[in-house]
Write a protein that binds this ligand. Structure first.
Ligand code: RB5
Length: 148
């Protein structure tokens, strides 16, 4: 699996935590910033990661900002992206099993580093269940295809 990760200035510390996790799990990744010496705009980081997941360059993307909300809104504008905003392990597991999410967003002002790590680990290691869920995910894909 190849993962792209990015944050804005509000998500820098959890990004570092998740990079350490990716290294421990031996998962190939590319860190797409930010350098975060000043305040930056989260869409400038969310959209390039989402586009590179959507075009198949990466299998998954992880985004962190202050709340995770701006990052998830931006990522979900890119066709083919299903980005989950998740701050608990139940949601992290369910969104992989049911929604086949290819991106995860978290907020550093919402969640601590330990829980963020657990959320990301479960999200990275849980398989999609398919079956009845595939019908539902397929309806989202179909909508995207029919609406530009
Ligand atoms: C930046 O101040 C903050 O708005 C951003 O990190 C994020 O929370 C946006 O949704």
């Amino acid at each position: 699996m190849k993962v792209a990760i990015a944050s804005d200035h509000g998500g820098l510390n959890i990004r570092k935590e998740i990079i350490a996790l990716l290294q421990e799990l031996n998962i190939e990744f590319v860190d797409m910033g930010c350098e975060c010496e000043t305040s930056v705009d989260y869409p400038d980081y969310a959209l390039p990661v989402a586009e590179r997941v959507a075009n198949g360059e990466f299998d998954r993307g992880i985004l962190i900002c202050g709340t995770g909300i701006g990052m998830s809104i931006a990522a979900n504008k890119v066709k083919g992206i299903r980005c989950a905003l998740a701050h608990d392990t139940f949601s992290a597991q369910a969104t992989r099993e049911h929604n086949d999410t290819n991106m995860l967003a978290m907020g550093e002002r919402v969640i601590g580093p330990g829980l963020a790590r657990d959320v990301a680990k479960i999200w990275l290691t849980t398989e999609y269940q398919g079956g009845r869920h595939a019908t539902r995910v397929g309806k989202i894909t179909q909508y995207e295809q029919n609406h530009n």
